[in-house]
Design a protein around this ligand. Sequence first.
Ligand code: FDA
Length: 306
Amino acid sequence: MLRSALLAASRSDAVRELVERTPLTRPVVRRFISGDDVDAAVATTGELVADGRYVTLDHLGEDTRDADQAAATVEAYLDLLRRLELAGHTGRAEVSVKLSAVGQFLPEDGEKIALDNARRICAAAGAVGTTVTLDMEDHTTTDSTLGILRELRVDFPWVGAVLQAYLKRTEQDCRDLAGPGSRVRLCKGAYKEPASVAFQDKTEVDLSYVRCLKVLMAGRGYPMVASHDPRLIAIARELASGRSKDSYEFQMLYGIRPDEQRRLAAEGHRMRVYVPYGDQWYGYFMRRLAERPANVAFFLRSLVTT
Ligand code: FDA
């Protein structure tokens, strides 16, 4: 119930204005978001890289209906990639891109604009020696995002995709994307989805995650295990036991289970942290609250006690 309400609120402009205008929200937001600008993003990257972790950076923003805003997002990524190169981080830091932030939902030629914009980001990433992973949004965008992925991979074979285990289609998508050179970030899925397309029960989602992981780990691509769930991490370690440690990686979100992130990195695993930054944090922040009721209590407590 609470999860559904928070995910519905994540798409409400009225609730967004209310939450954004509350100054007391900021300290809680900072747990999950590195800061408002590229300086903060590069500084956070430096800290994570210094203790052996890898990074993927997300310039926050989604559901853009404005071509100028989409173009500004592309410029922000190009600037970020220049800054990462200057700081010497491109060996350990890549970028994650939401296609809806670079034009996918624009009313005219949205998919083509998103493809062209993503191409510019990929070209810039390739030029500084790093990679791009396309985030996955709600199920209405899956076909479009995988179609754009296919086009991008013709010129940039290293572009990665996110697949969501809660979708019933994902096991087949994993089979399609388990080939050589393919990079797949497997997560559970963070949006509110109908029962017609997605498993609703937590156990069913976890079982689907394991089935998908088996396909990816048995394949010839590069699996990226994106979860904080201790049981799934243990299963991933088992399934990866025949693989070399540079042929897969673990991934977690900034601010969530940092001790476990450090522990996996110290054991010699590749551990990548997804670091969001920017001022359009509302949708991302609400999805993090929805994942864990304790976060809502933490948020409400901070409003009362700060
Ligand atoms: P689960 O939610 O069961 O959590 C397991 C444990 O992890 C919890 O018991 C708790 O200890 C901790 N935990 C999890 N979430 C927490 C939170 N918000 N706050 C505090 N503790 C928390 N989704 C999507 O739909 N599209 C995408 O592109 C991505 N991209 C992505 C990248 C990366 C690197 C990660 C790690 C995750 C995503 N996600 C995503 C989000 C993903 O779908 C999922 O919602 C979260 O990772 C939570 O699921 P877990 O697998 O962690 O399990």
